[in-house]
Write a protein that binds this ligand. Structure first.
Ligand code: BDP
Length: 724
């Protein structure tokens, strides 16, 4: 197996014959047009049931009139919207359906007919996927329940470029191949994979995909590409997935030949109105825009001394008559001005500073999309304080499914536990319960239009993300966007059953590896809140703490010979702790009440500071790096124990990654430990640093045709030597 079917393999379940007689033999699709998600759901049921149970389950389409009378088979699945169901069902047999919100569904297997009813067509498709997921997990118990999404925005952001250096479209921070959508500056002629992606996403409740990079350029809006975009929307539509676009703020100038892109200029307003109308002519169900402005070189409203709200409203206004949404990113900071004052400025303050005073100024169809932490998808960050500042504005939380700073799908890092810590975090706004999930789902501040954005990085590789095990992250993202209370282990185990096997050994092993993976990665890549100590200017992959010294972003770990950490207190530091509501701010202000996993995010302390465990900070670093990499080194053998249960291709491909990652975790361990030993001159109590257990130095081998080579930076190789 290549992995392309992901969790939709519909593998025959063990002892499928036992269920014969319990499985419906017909699907009745209610009043569905050719491209309707209802029909997609019906066909999916036909395909899935025949594959899982080896039993045919043909689709019949009902378009009003009699219900088939004598021809009705013993058991059917009825799929459609609640509204269609009321004209279909005979008065006496009509079930009462619980309340459904948009995209919600009702699934009922207790009666003669299995009912899969959506509040809308998309909801019916979601219900079909849910039913199939239960069947594929061998669950045929009688159930009847309604399932409603908690948020309307359940979006994927793809950071796809229209062209890389050559002809392909590339995926920024994508580790699974080239763009599914773009080729040679245009939309691909063949969108088969794009349709398959929509199917995968619909099966986990995703309702829109922004297809191009937030680092956008104007060419996405030329007329050839708008036609192409319409073709993508056409292949998405049967799956209920809407299309969105990232915008380049200066497009009116770059593409429209205006002399300005000032958001208050009448010609600019007209230009955006026209282009938006043109998009809706081609894509009537267009979801909306995603805007990265005044960030990392992207232009924005600040260029004209206009506010970020004025920038967002420019698009919101053009979208409003069509029912579209403007998602405006809060990832606004300016690295260049910080450069001069690197020791006093703090990028973690930027979002709140930039959005200060704007809360009541955004139009109703604007959603501010906030990265989960104040910096940038690090292995450990506190929640972004901006969630507690925007009360009148809808917000969504931006999560990175493609683990840019977390091993790039070479390492195994199951992210659901990280995301859940963020979603469950209570900001205590006005001293009242204020979890992040209650803010983005609108219940806390009564802003119903919020939700989730997941940066997925899927590509044309058969594995989608570059690694088979990484797909649990995509699955969990969709499930959490639907219901933020979903449990990390339960999601993982359902995914494992659907993706690999029902065998308990497989489920237990993948659970044990995945649940240990984020702590392990944190252990060897940057702990106590100093962030992922990776190369900060390029790649964001391997260890390179030195690249973070005096970097222009001013946010990193600030180590010297005796102390380490960033003082973000109000009393002595950058004041960042003070951006949180009072109870949380007070906790972060003091060393004693700051959670230790964020200690060095908020405080600058001596290496000899003693932690609750009794270890000093420096000894904790050494130990955590040894422990974390030791855990990573158990993954290959754990995976090897699954050899009898997993098909050869997926087994081998995953093993290759895990073996490599285990080695790479030793490189992390030794680089970071060397570095801190060098900076602090404090020895490891257990004398491991510079000794490097389990490691054979290449330069100590008998070399044929290779020569030792002095490495810079020194900590990138143990003993400062590598071979060339
Ligand atoms: C950073 C990524 C960069 C993105 C940027 C963003 O390294 O590729 O363009 O975030 O989110 O993490 O805009």
């Amino acid at each position: 197996e290549t992995g392309i079917d992901a969790w939709l393999r519909y593998a025959p379940i063990p002892e499928a014959h036992k269920y014969a007689g319990q499985i419906p033999t017909q699907v009745v699709a209610l009043n569905s047009s050719e491209l309707s998600p209802v029909l997609t759901g019906a066909k999916e049921l036909e395909q899935g049931i025949s594959s899982i149970f080896g039993q045919s389950c043909k689709v019949n389409r009902w378009h009003g009139g009699r219900r088939g009378g004598a021809h009705r088979p013993a058991s059917s699945i009825v799929i459609g919207t609640v509204a269609e169901y009321s004209s279909y069902a005979a008065k006496d047999s009509k079930k009462s359906i619980p309340k459904l919100v948009n995209d919600g569904f009702y699934l009922d297997t207790t009666g003669r007919e299995v009912l899969i009813l959506g509040s809308n067509e998309r909801g019916a498709l979601y219900g079909a996927f849910e039913y199939l997921s239960l069947l594929a997990q061998g669950n045929v118990t009688k159930i009847a329940y309604a399932s409603n999404p908690e948020v309307p925005i359940r979006w994927i952001n793809q950071w796809d470029n229209l062209r890389d250096g050559g002809t392909h479209g590339s995926v920024e921070r994508g580790y699974g191949g080239k763009s599914l959508f773009f080729w040679n500056g245009e939309v691909r002629p063949d969108l088969t994979r794009a349709a398959q992606y929509a199917r995968l996403l619909a099966s986990i409740g995703i309702n829109a995909v922004v297809v191009n990079n937030v680092n956008a350029n104007e060419t996405i809006l030329n007329s050839t590409n708008l036609d192409g975009i319409a073709r993508i929307a056409d292949v998405f539509r049967p799956y209920g997935v809407q299309l969105g676009l990232s915008l380049y703020f200066a497009s009116p100038k770059a593409l429209g030949a205006l002399t300005t892109f000032d958001p208050l200029d009448q010609s600019v307003i007209k230009w955006w109105t026209n282009i938006t109308d043109e998009i809706y002519e081609r894509v009537p169900d267009f979801a909306g825009y995603l805007v990265k402005a005044n960030s990392e070189g992207q232009p924005g409203p600040l260029t004209y001394n206009r506010t970020l709200a004025q920038g967002a409203n420019l698009f919101a206004k053009a979208l409003q008559p069509h029912g579209g949404v403007c998602v405006f990113r809060a990832f606004v900071y300016d690295s260049t001005t910080i450069n001069e004052t690197v020791w006093t400025d703090d990028r973690a303050n930027a979002a709140v500073d930039f959005f200060d005073g704007l809360d009541d100024q955004f139009m109703d169809n604007v959603v501010v999309q906030i990265k989960y932490g104040p910096i940038d998808f690090q292995v450990r960050e506190p929640v972004s304080p901006l969630f507690s500042h925007l009360r009148q504005t809808a917000t969504s939380v931006e999560l990175q499914i493609t683990p840019e700073y977390l091993g790039q799908n070479v390492h195994l890092v199951y992210l659901a536990p990280l995301w859940k810590e963020i979603l469950d975090f209570d900001l205590r706004v006005d001293r009242a319960p204020s979890t992040v999930k209650s803010i983005v789902n609108g219940t806390r501040f009564n802003n119903p239009l919020g939700g989730f954005a997941g940066v997925a990085g899927a590509g044309n590789n058969q594995t989608w993300l570059g690694s088979h095990l990484a797909m649990s992250n995509l699955y969990a993202y969709g499930k959490l966007a639907w219901n933020a209370d979903a449990d990390s282990v339960e999601m993982l185990q359902a995914w494992t059953k659907l993706t690999f096997s029902h065998d308990q050994k497989v489920i237990d092993t993948i659970t044990s590896m995945s649940m240990a993976s984020w702590p392990a990665y944190e252990g060897f890549s940057g702990n106590l809140g100093i962030q992922t100590l990776t190369n900060i200017l390029n790649g964001h992959y391997g260890p390179d703490p030195q690249s973070q010294e005096n970097n222009p972003y001013g946010q990193w770990y600030r180590a010297d010979a005796t102390t380490i950490g960033m003082d973000r207190t109000v009393n002595n530091g950058t004041g960042n702790a003070g951006q949180y509501p009072p109870e949380v701010a007070a906790a972060y202000e003091s060393v004693d009440t700051t959670p230790e996993n964020l200690l060095l995010w908020f405080h600058h302390l001596p290496y000899t500071h003693v932690l609750k465990s009794g270890e000093t900070i420096i000894q904790h670093f050494y130990n955590a790096h040894y422990n974390g990499s030791a855990v990573s080194n158990t993954f290959p053998s754990q995976w090897e124990s699954l050899k009898p249960y997993i098909d050869t291709q997926r087994y081998e491909e995953q093993l290759f990654r895990l073996v490599y990652a285990a080695g790479h975790s030793l490189v992390w361990r030794d680089s970071i430990n060397n570095y801190f030993f060098n900076v602090s001159s404090i020895a490891d109590e257990q004398h491991r640093v510079l000794n490097h257990p389990y490691r054979i130095e290449a330069e100590s081998m008998e070399l044929e045709g290779y020569h030792p080579y002095l490495v810079h930076p020194f900590h990138a190789a143990s003993g400062t030597y590598a071979i060339v």
